[in-house]
Write a protein that binds this ligand. Structure first.
Ligand code: ADP
Ligand code: MG
Length: 708
């Protein structure tokens, strides 16, 4: 964490200082104050990095440990300094406007005395700006302090040598005060934009009721360890991730998943830290705490995302890095031009205006502050966007490809029908299938195991040599014989002829079972569509986005689902690597996102632009996807795209306004339009500069309350 930065130029200066160490990919996020880098072969110590930042004129400290609420910079000092400066500036102006009549010298001396407290209140500008200028890395503070100093020196000279003329003590005081006001408001707004993480961290209750040897003791949550058992009363929050050992209750998970309705949870179910136990008493065995917990992972992901540099921020940072020198040059040119055609007072007036007007502050803030608000807004609804690049691609999506099983369908399939083709009974066939599938994590396997347990079948116990072939099926030795279960392609691959099936099997997912080269039977499995799948496809179509389906399932089952969903097309019988190939091809023509559940489709998720994982938050999904939807409603895909579009729109607006502001104010400040009667003057320039960065931050804050 770096503190003391006042503009994007400061952030660039810190980057340059740290670049001297053996590190790569340095990025200082001005909006959040975080410094990120990748270390090379030699790892610099924390002290070395902190020292490098200190040498550049800033303060650095290690970030607070994950899952502790950051203390945040206090605003009290800023507020006190501003009001002091305001009081003396107003007094100074009263004197300056001649309300206190006195001779030129006496009036001037009075102004100077009133200026001193303003300079003390705003000393930070000088303390940071002047040394930075001498180190050759000027920043916004250098511009302000040079401007104010020039005004003061000019006025002092006038006061001592001449007996009349226009003094600039009031202008210098106003510049400092207005910019202090701007910075103070901006800091407040920036804090508010990055409140998402704080809000998530506050979900963890302060204390937990630990159960040990039948006794209950209250301990702070951070002292909980995996293996502990806790009691959670109605209305209390779950202190960490765990499994329910006894009790049942409705649990409100909306804070994590964005889903509004509480879900029923009982013994054996998982509960996540931070969710709300609504009505029952639960006893929970803790499985993971702190950073390892779901909430810890979400917080880490968001904080990394908010601090990532998006493609559009990279450009703005490059521009503002060289901007400060450009402004000094512009002020010098202004001074030279006015020296030829104006009075010394005009030289000062216009070059001073240029110095304070042209600061690239807004430019540096434009993107990061919008990213922080947008990503924070998503997190509130269970939409996790991993970085700025993912957000920019999500905003540009033209086509969405959905995985079928577990994504377009609920992922909770059920056995519909069984047919056998040899002398084996249906129950025996199902029992052997369940015994083998017990070792698979695929949703289809759960359906088979579920059907066998409903019928109370005894499964063959001695199963060995289990292997799963992704997108095809499974194999294992049961009761001394090698069995294979899987789809038609898997059977053909193993040289097994397929039997004719009764008509009622068409359109279902089929699991054939074979042993000794003979197909023994087939299990038809059906799945319900996922919540709001039809609406999602429809809404995407309205947004001009086409929807396709990829599946490893057979063509008839795929066609049936595609027809129900009104999809624009589908590909069936695919292996995981086929999905990757198709996505890569599709992406050559149109920006194509991939939506999957993270089971068997992690490689495809990585190939999607962006890859969107839904409904699981499994480690594989968190790892390979660019965005993770924690809820189970498919409409979150639409929400993700809408939020990304809106965030990108705000980024573009911000960049436009920041550039536009600089392009407009610079010539006006330099006095280019004086002949037309338009002249800004240093004080108005300072106000405009402060307003421009405030506008950018406030515009980004609109994302926080965006309805999606
Ligand atoms: P999808 O692409 O629809 O998400 P998968 O790639 O996960 O589906 O699986 C593709 C196909 O492979 C399934 O439809 C099924 O026919 C077969 N399959 C995969 N795993 C298993 C399994 N454990 N048991 C039986 N069949 C399986
Ligand atoms: Mg799948």
């Amino acid at each position: 964490m770096v503190s003391g930065m006042h503009c994007a130029g400061c952030a660039a200066a810190v980057e340059r200082a740290v670049k001297k160490l053996p590190v790569r990919d340095i990025y200082v996020n001005f909006a959040s104050g975080r410094l990120n880098f990748t270390s090379g072969e030699q790892v610099p110590t924390d002290e070395e990095v902190i020292e490098a930042v200190r040498k550049a004129g800033f303060k650095a400290a290690l970030p607070p440990p994950e899952l502790s609420i950051p203390a945040g910079e206090s605003m009290a000092g800023d507020v006190a300094a501003f009001f002091t400066a305001l009081f003396f500036t107003v007094s100074l102006m009263v004197v300056c406007m001649g309300h206190i009549p006195a001779g030129f010298r006496l009036n001037g001396m009075l102004q100077l005395i009133l200026l001193v407290p303003v300079l003390i209140a705003g000393r930070g500008f000088f303390q940071r700006g002047i040394p930075a200028l001498f180190r050759g890395v000027p920043n916004m503070d250098s511009l302000i302090s040079c401007g104010a100093t020039a005004g003061i020196i000019y006025s002092l000279t006038l006061l001592i040598s001449a007996g009349s003329g226009h003094l600039y003590f009031d202008a210098s005081a106003m510049i400092l005060t207005l910019i202090m006001l701007g910075k103070m408001l901006e800091k407040r707004a920036r804090k508010s934009a990055s409140s998402a993480i704080r809000e998530l961290l506050e979900l963890v209750p302060p204390e937990a009721h630990l159960l040990r040897n039948g006794e209950v003791t209250d301990i702070p949550c951070r002292e909980l360890a995996p293996g502990d058992t806790v009691r959670i009363l109605p209305g209390e929050k779950v202190p960490a991730d765990g499994v329910i050992i006894s009790g049942s209750s409705f649990v409100n998970e909306s804070m994590l998943t964005g889903e509004e309705l509480p879900v029923s949870r009982s013994a054996g179910d998982k509960v996540c830290g931070g969710t709300l136990n609504v009505d029952g008493v639960l006893e929970v065995k803790i499985v993971s705490t702190g950073q390892a917990s779901m909430l810890g992972q979400i917080v880490k992901l968001i904080s990394e995302a908010q601090n990532s540099r998006s493609p559009s921020a990279a450009l703005a940072d490059k521009v503002s890095g060289v901007f400060v020198w450009g402004i000094f040059a512009a002020a010098a040119v202004t001074a030279v031009v006015w020296a030829f055609c104006g009075t010394p007072a005009q030289v000062l007036h216009y070059s001073l205006s240029v110095l304070v007007a042209a600061c690239p502050c807004a430019l540096g803030l434009a993107t990061p502050v919008a990213l922080i608000s947008g990503i924070g807004r998503g997190a509130k609804s269970g939409i996790l966007i991993k970085n700025g690049t993912a957000l920019e691609t999500a905003a540009a999506v033209e086509q969405v490809v959905f995985d079928k099983t577990g994504t377009l369908t609920s992922g909770l399939p059920e056995v519909r029908e069984i047919a056998v083709f040899t002398d084996i009974s249906q129950d025996d066939f199902l029992a052997v299938a369940a015994a083998v599938e017990k070792y698979s994590v695929h949703p289809l396997a759960a359906a088979v195991a579920g059907a066998a347990s409903v019928k109370n079948l005894t499964l063959p116990g001695n199963v060995s040599g289990f292997a799963a072939v992704a997108g095809r099926g499974v194999e294992a030795v049961a009761d001394g014989k090698k069995w294979i279960f899987g789809n038609d392609k898997y059977m053909l691959q193993n040289g097994i002829g397929l039997p004719d099936l009764p008509g009622s099997f068409a359109g279902s997912t089929l699991i054939y079972g074979a042993c000794d080269g003979v197909c023994y039977g087939v299990i038809a499995v059906g799945d319900k569509l996922r919540q709001n799948a039809v609406e999602t496809v429809e809404e995407l179509r309205r947004m001009g986005i086409t929807s396709l389906m990829l599946t490893g399932d057979n063509e008839a089952a795929a066609a049936k689902a595609a027809a129900m969903l009104h999809l624009d097309g589908f590909y069936s019988g695919l292996l995981p690597q086929d999905k990757v190939r198709i996505l890569t091809q599709l992406n050559e023509h149109r920006i194509t996102a991939m939506v999957g559940d993270g089971i068997n489709d992690a490689p495809a998720l990585a190939a999607g632009k962006p890859g969107i994982a839904i409904g699981s938050g499994s480690d594989a999904a968190l790892e390979s996807a660019d965005a993770v939807l924690l809820g189970s409603d498919l409409r979150e895909v639409v929400k993700l795209i809408k939020l990304s579009k809106k965030t990108l729109q705000i980024i573009r607006q911000n960049l436009f306004w920041a550039f536009f502001y600089n392009i407009c104010t610079l010539p006006l400040a330099a006095g280019a339009a004086v002949k037309l009667g338009i002249s800004l003057g240093p004080a108005i320039c300072a106000a405009a500069m402060a307003a421009s960065s405030l506008t950018v931050v406030l515009n980004a804050l609109r994302l926080k309350s965006l309805k999606i």
